[in-house]
Write a new protein. Structure first.
Length: 478
């Protein structure tokens, strides 16, 4: 029996679980918008979801904060309906062979610092900074980093008096031991400095591929935490950051220099990495490591002959719905389809790791199927050094008070309408034997039509046509 959450959202398959609760796909019964729903049994010993929903509401409007559609009690469950997002940075890290390039790490660091600053500006600590809790967006927001999972978040400043919480000791470890700050291991109350120190460990994890205290064995969880603490405290920052740019050691030293209630200089930390980015000669083009891999896979798929534009298609084929085509990770509200090979229609400029110039215009190929993934139109800047080229820094405002009006780099998921119709594998159900010809014309090179994976009901001259994909024409001048 179909379950409707909040009277609006039809529950679909389970796609993951968070620090508290499980995550499902769902579809709005009227608009067919696909969303993520986090569900927690209201009778659980320590319910957290409604608290998390309140915090999300406080954070609404900030860049990289998921939009909340609905929150409340549904039957015996607490439910939180929110945007469906892309893969987590942990998933992308694995996808890229468990290591990110310096360019990718710096581009991520710039946004991640800003996300943490915004949360702090609202009076809260996240207290569980880790790759799993940062997700990429989907579609035109595919290059934007989102911060999620506020089940462990805590207010550090009184909303009325604006006073900082007092210094305390003998606190239990809250968060994830691998990325926890040294003071957190020592039982000291967490403050803003600890979120930033945890981010430093995340960035080094991306660069190094692993951290020295991973894989330690112990009989109990407490003993394991003690071993991690001992290893973390005994590893000098210079050793941890060896073979990597000095800016990462400077970042860690700065975090360790902060006092308990001191406000961090987030701008200084961003400038630290932006200056490194400029020195390396990179371009802030939002071409991440996974973008290049997806392009290479698309090129490989393109070279393979196909007997049919849509493999396996037949007149009697039973097709899956949008919700059935979406997958998720173990702890994030997202669709993993972004991790499939990117479709054609991409313009790339790059240098290989060997220093060779790789510059090409990749034109659309009518025989390639995009498999429902967000394609990207971009200029690809390689991960190697460039000659005296000033980096184009991100246009996102560093002011944490700024919200969704900020734009994050070049828009993605742009492709011609005719290609999208061909690639999207639209599933049509006919109520009568009627052939409907859908034609969309592009009138100038500055108009790009976008088709996304939602649903739309159309009534044409008495004929009812159910299309389980919504057609949205998004016009851009760029």
């Amino acid at each position: 029996m179909e379950r409707i959450i909040g009277g609006k959202y039809k529950l679909g398959r389970k796609i993951g679980s968070g620090s508290f609760g499980e995550i499902y796909l769902a579809t709005h019964i009227d608009t067919f918008e696909i969303v993520a729903i986090k569900i927690e049994n209201s009778k659980t010993k320590h319910p957290q979801l409604l608290y998390e929903a309140k915090l999300y509401n406080i954070l609404q409007g900030g860049s990289g904060i998921p939009s909340i559609k609905w929150a409340g009690v549904d039957g015996e469950d607490n439910a939180l309906v929110m945007d469906l997002l892309g893969p987590s940075l942990e998933d992308l890290f694995v996808y890229c062979g468990r290591k990110f390039s310096l360019k990718t790490v710096i581009m991520l660091a710039d946004q991640m610092i800003t996300r943490i600053e915004y949360v702090h500006s609202k009076g809260f600590l996240h207290r569980d900074i880790k790759p799993d809790n940062f997700l990429m967006g989907l579609g035109r927001k595919a290059n934007q980093v989102y911060i999620i999972d506020f089940g462990l978040a805590k207010r550090y400043r009184d909303a009325t008096t604006n006073r900082h919480i007092p210094y305390r000791e003998n606190k239990n470890l809250t968060g994830t031991a691998r990325y926890a700050s040294c003071n957190t291991h020592l039982g000291i109350e967490q403050s803003r400095r600890d979120d930033l120190e945890s981010l430093g460990y995340v960035l080094l994890y991306f660069l190094r591929g692993s951290l020295p205290w991973q894989g330690l064995k112990a009989a109990t969880k407490k003993q394991k935490y003690d071993k991690i603490c001992e290893k973390k405290l005994s590893t000098p920052i210079e050793v941890l950051c060896k073979s990597h740019p000095v800016e990462f050691a400077s970042y860690m030293h700065y975090c360790h220099s902060l006092t308990f209630d001191q406000r961090p200089d987030y701008g200084f930390l961003r400038r630290l990495f932006r200056d490194l980015f400029s020195h390396e000669g990179y371009e802030f083009d939002y071409v991440f490591d996974w973008t290049i891999i997806k392009y290479q896979q698309a090129q490989k798929n393109r070279s393979q002959p196909r007997s049919s534009p849509i493999p396996g298609a037949s007149g009697s084929r039973v097709v899956q719905t949008d919700m059935e085509n979406h997958q998720g990770s173990h702890n994030a509200c997202y669709s993993s389809e972004i991790m499939r090979p990117t479709g054609p229609g991409m313009r790339m400029q790059s240098k290989s790791g060997m220093g060779k110039n790789l510059s090409s215009d990749i034109h659309a190929d009518k025989n390639i199927v995009s498999e429902h993934i967000p394609s990207t139109l971009f200029q690809l800047g390689g991960t190697s050094k460039r000659h005296a080229s000033k980096p184009v820094l991100p246009t996102e405002s560093v002011n944490p008070a700024h919200g969704n009006n900020n734009k994050i780099g070049p828009s993605s998921s742009w492709i011609s309408s005719l290609q999208r119709i061909h690639y999207a594998n639209l599933h049509l159900r006919w109520d009568s034997s009627v052939l409907v010809l859908i034609s969309i014309f592009l009138f100038s090179r500055d108009i790009i039509s976008l088709i996304t994976q939602h649903s739309l009901r159309i009534v044409m001259q008495g004929w009812q046509l159910k299309i389980i994909k919504q057609v949205i024409l998004d016009v851009y001048n760029y």
